[in-house]
Ligand binder design. Structure first.
Ligand code: GDP
Length: 296
């Protein structure tokens, strides 16, 4: 599971803190140094770690904490609060349009889990009482359209496609009419990804955005790629002003740094976490629960 090594290290540090009756400034500083090392090893961005530690230090090295009855517990509580804050504070929902259809545009690099996440999200929304339409606007990756159709069949949800020879902007536009005539209140656009960010892909995504004005642009990034995931997010956000992030493959053994730095670096919240290959493996991202999971 993601974060297991980070969690283990932090728990060791915290056990030591708890074991001490009184704490000195030196004890706290030593503990925070261990927290810092553990975060860096988990591939959290250096600057993010530095800011995070100095915020905690400001709150944790003081009379109030040192003289409290359980100073160790107090420090741990501060770390927990700051970690939650680092991941966005509280959960963030996706925007729902007051007038249907709500248009959700999924973007991301090839292999990030975009198509799978589109299916997972459709399943979730359908369970919440919505009528989602999946739209196959990735006309470049061989089999992407078929993949979405298979997901649609499994979910018993409609899939709109115009084949591989159509322009993705036309497909996106066409899906709005299709949704209206098929009673679908939510459109999930599966757009094209590439192996690397390139100009042409970004232009196409900008064109789709400009044409259909999505309510929500969700960037899908692979947690296994660590700091790269954060750089990808920064890039996509600069071009598309994304609304949120779906962090996939959280079930893997990645060190987890992306989950901890992506909000601080992009300012955009993680809204969902992919936790497996199955369609049910999508969780709403709760910073507080994630933080408690890491800190034990
Ligand atoms: P796309 O190219 O971005 O559309 O990527 P796909 O949706 O085809 O996914 C690429 C691979 O990642 C597939 O084998 C998926 O089953 C897998 N995948 C997607 N999300 C997750 C996840 O949350 N956990 C795991 N373990 N695998 C995932």
């Amino acid at each position: 599971m993601i974060f297991s090594s980070l969690a283990e290290k932090l728990q060791d540090t915290f056990d030591k803190l708890r074991g001490k009756g009184k704490l000195t400034e030196k004890d706290v500083k030593a503990a925070l140094k261990e927290v810092k090392m553990a975060l860096l090893e988990a591939d959290v961005n250096y600057k993010v770690v530095k800011d995070f530690i100095s915020k905690i230090e400001e709150r944790a090295v003081g009379k109030e904490v040192m003289e409290s009855l359980t100073p160790g517990q107090h420090v741990i509580k501060i770390v927990n609060e700051e970690m939650q804050e680092l991941m966005g504070g509280s959960k963030e929902d996706i925007a729902i349009s007051s007038e249907p259809p709500t248009i959700i545009m999924m973007v991301g690099l090839q292999g990030s889990g975009k198509t799978t996440s589109a299916g997972k999200l459709a399943r979730k929304l359908s369970k919440d009482g919505k009528n989602p339409l999946l739209v196959a606007a990735d006309v470049y990756r061989p089999a992407a359209i078929r993949q979405l159709q298979v997901l649609g069949e499994r979910l018993e949800l409609p899939v709109f496609s115009m084949g591989e020879d159509s322009n993705p902007v036309d497909i996106a536009k066409g899906s709005i009419n299709y949704a209206a005539s098929h009673n679908c209140d939510t459109i999930i656009l599966d757009t094209a990804g590439r192996l690397h960010i390139d100009q042409e892909m970004m232009e196409e995504l900008e064109n789709i955005k400009g044409t259909v004005e999505p309510d929500e642009i969700l960037l899908v990034v692979d947690a296994m790629t660590g700091q790269d995931a954060v750089n990808v997010a920064k890039n996509f956000d600069q071009r598309l002003d994304i609304d949120g992030i779906v962090l996939t493959k959280m079930d893997g053994d990645a060190r987890g740094g992306a989950a901890l730095s992506i909000k601080a670096i992009t300012g955009k919240p993680i809204k969902f976490a992919g936790t497996g290959e199955k369609l049910a493996d999508l969780e709403t991202f709760h910073p507080d629960r994630m933080s408690s999971r890491i800190l034990g």
